[in-house]
Design a protein around this ligand. Structure first.
Ligand code: NI
Length: 281
């Protein structure tokens, strides 16, 4: 992130207050149309070639992720690693600057992912809290920035939030369809009232911000164009808990992608071990 352009946006004190009260914020412009255009080409390229699939970084968030099945909700973790065209953007620079306003000056980048909702059959991203996926060992002060690479509407799956839900504990989640082979999590039925949901349609170049505990959802893509989203995480340093939370659904996870990521980590450790020995020798 060291080569980021100079940020061009600051948000108002009212917007900061809105975020703290409601747990989310929509802004209509975080970058330029030119940058969106450039990023869209890089974004489509990594999804076309399924970048990172062998390392478990590309998988179907909404299905069992079998090689011979059409993915209903393809996701790529750390997409900037695979797509130089997504790096050093004004989007990143502004997202970081606004995150500092919302979380404090210590806010730093904290992961990224890309979710592609195919035209006509892209499936829902069910209601969830991001922390339901995260390590139960830490207390977080984090947020996600969600930027569509075309307009985002109710028809193609814009973000929706439950106002004030960032103040809740992490509520019980389960794997989609109760299938532990599916990466995606969904909050258990009946544990939260979803009626107050607020939808946030955006034009291309807009973005939403949400705390890592704010309940959010995107609907299915019923439109004739793909719905692309590039999500950046930011947070102040996490604090270790005395007692880890019991996020029992994480122990049930049995995805092919998680196994591929473990194998990739072992390969990397072996490579570094060999390098270490070479240096020592
Ligand atoms: Ni999420």
């Amino acid at each position: 992130m060291s080569d980021l352009p100079t940020p061009t946006i600051t948000i108002t004190q009212e917007q900061v207050e809105f975020f703290r009260t409601n747990g989310f914020l929509a802004i209509q412009s975080i970058t330029t149309p030119d940058e969106i255009e450039r990023m869209r080409a890089a974004y489509d390229d990594i999804f076309t070639r399924r970048a990172g699939r062998d390392d478990g970084m590309e998988f179907d968030l909404g299905g069992a992720d079998e090689d011979d099945q059409v993915a209903v909700l393809p996701q790529i973790l750390d997409p900037l690693r695979y797509a130089p065209g997504l790096r050093n953007s004004l989007y990143q620079a502004n997202a970081l600057a606004i995150s500092k306003q919302l979380l404090g000056e210590q806010a730093q980048p904290h992961g990224s992912h890309a979710i592609f909702k195919p035209a006509r059959y892209g499936s829902v991203t069910p209601w969830h809290q991001d922390e339901a996926y995260w390590s139960p060992d830490f207390i977080y002060n984090s947020l996600g920035v969600w930027m569509p690479l075309q307009e985002a509407t109710l028809e193609n799956g814009c973000m929706q939030f439950i106002p004030g839900s960032h103040r809740l504990e992490i509520l019980p989640h389960h794997h989609i369809n109760n299938d532990p082979r599916i990466h995606g999590l969904e909050v258990d039925e009946g544990v939260i009232d979803l009626c107050p949901a607020v939808a946030c349609p955006l034009s291309a170049g807009g973005a939403t911000f949400h705390f890592s505990r704010t309940f959010h959802y995107t609907g299915p893509n019923r439109s004739d164009i793909p719905r692309r989203a590039l999500i950046l995480g930011f947070g102040t340093p996490a604090i270790r808990r005395d007692q880890p939370l019991d996020l029992y659904w994480q122990r049930q996870t049995n995805t092919t992608a998680a196994k591929k990521r473990e194998a990739a980590a072992r390969r990397q450790a072996k490579k570094e071990g060999e390098k270490g020995e070479t240096v020592k020798g």
